[in-house]
Design a protein around this ligand. Structure first.
Ligand code: SF4
Length: 89
């Protein structure tokens, strides 16, 4: 089973306030941009050479917090009752 198939069984209660904040001024200076390759939910994408981040589909794995070489990410879990609700099939 593909990761995309597994994620489709989950649901999100998205908070209006992002639980992850990205400092794009630091991203601009990052040559590797590992977040676009390692986020399992595809929350980080490139628009030209700029990072675009969308927190809504985050699976709260913490990978981006660990691998960001620029310390550009302020990471918190979503507020209680928000974020991903895992469904196991
Ligand atoms: Fe992606 Fe995981 Fe970071 Fe969420 S915590 S944005 S799923 S790498």
């Amino acid at each position: 089973m593909k990761l995309e198939d597994i994620l489709q069984s989950d649901v999100w209660n998205v908070d209006e306030e992002p639980h992850i904040v990205v400092d794009y001024t630091k991203c601009e200076k990052c040559p590797a941009k590992p977040c676009i390759y390692l986020c399992p939910a595809g929350c980080y994408t490139l628009a030209g050479d700029r990072i675009v981040f969308s927190y809504e589909g985050c699976v709260e794995c913490g990978t981006c917090r660990v691998i960001c070489p620029m310390d550009a990410i302020t990471w918190n879990y979503p507020k209680s009752g928000h974020g991903i609700i895992f469904r196991f099939t």
